[in-house]
Design a protein around this ligand. Structure first.
Ligand SMILES: N[C@@H](CCC(=O)N[C@@H](CS)C(=O)NCC(=O)O)C(=O)O
Length: 274
């Protein structure tokens, strides 16, 4: 048996999120004492008024002493998109590296965390695990109230672009990461990637971000796809090379790359890259 708590607050920084509803079930263990109950409520209130989520860097964010989300990642893998998104939104998180052997850096069997065996996986602060890059990116955006417009066509355009990224771009890189892929499979994938990057370049036009006038979840994913293109010598339109150079200057992108021990030039990445 648990107790359901619903909190409604007026958000002080984000007009588009002026009403934030947070609904969370608390385990009975958390509410055995009245004091525990109020501590849990205060924790929820802190979460939904987290000023860093509104990207107000001048406001000091309290160091989190609470449990934080854990991103299971592999350096330079598609989880880099989530890593960038987490930094960009200011949500508190921890990183846990997953080795190719599917063991986490702290020695656990990763398939017990994500039975599908793929990174990224995001462990939420209640211990549940979310998988699939698109879902994780949307979750981060939703938690932060950033990186995905709340409504309007741009919201759907950002989702459209991110879906294209996961299926048509990411999907076609697979033959480059699997040693048993044939040359014919790689050639076919390369042709498709060249075509899809051209579509993206056209969509980007002269704008700094893929959708609208600010970063959305589509951008960190595109950064990863372009770095993979560089690593595998897949030619992309000049416009996208310029976009990548600009994105790499963004503090969130630069920090994520540094945290994962990656150089700006993906050809210098280690060879066991997925
Ligand atoms: N459907 C998954 C696929 C993720 C994926 O392909 N992850 C790769 C790294 S970028 C992976 O974990 N590969 C390990 C493997 O294939 O065993 C998603 O969209 O999140």
């Amino acid at each position: 048996m648990g107790t359901e708590v619903v909190i409604r607050v007026r958000h002080p920084f984000r007009s588009h999120l002026s009403r934030h509803r947070l609904c969370r079930r608390l385990d009975s263990a958390e509410v055995t004492l009245v004091g525990d109950f109020f501590r849990a409520v205060i924790k929820l209130l802190r979460e939904c008024t987290n000023p860093r989520a509104g990207q107000h860097p001048s406001f000091p964010s309290p160091p989190s002493t609470e449990t934080v989300m854990i991103l299971y990642y592999a350096p330079g893998g598609c989880s880099l998109a989530d890593h960038i998104a987490l930094i960009e939104t200011g949500l508190p998180y921890k990183l846990v590296k997953v080795e190719r052997s599917k063991r986490t850096e702290d020695g656990r069997d990763f398939t017990m965390i994500n039975p599908k065996g793929f990174i990224p996986a995001l462990e939420l602060d209640d211990g549940s695990v979310l998988t699939e890059n698109l879902a994780i990116l949307v979750y981060i955006a939703h938690q932060a109230g950033a990186l995905l417009p709340g409504d309007g066509l741009d919201r759907w355009r950002a989702l459209e672009a991110t879906s294209f990224m996961t299926t048509e771009l990411h999907g076609n890189f697979r033959p480059f990461f699997h040693a048993d892929a044939t040359q014919a499979e790689r050639d076919k994938a390369r042709k498709l990637l060249v075509k899809h990057f051209a579509t993206i370049a056209e969509q980007l036009g002269d704008r700094p971000f893929l959708v609208g006038d600010r970063m959305t979840i589509a951008d960190p994913y595109l950064v990863v796809m372009l770095m993979w293109a560089g690593k595998n010598e897949i030619e992309v339109p000049e416009r996208l090379t310029g976009y990548l150079a600009q994105m790499q200057k963004m503090p969130s992108v630069a920090r994520a790359l540094a945290d994962e021990g990656l150089s700006l030039n993906p050809r210098q990445w280690f060879t066991d890259q997925r």
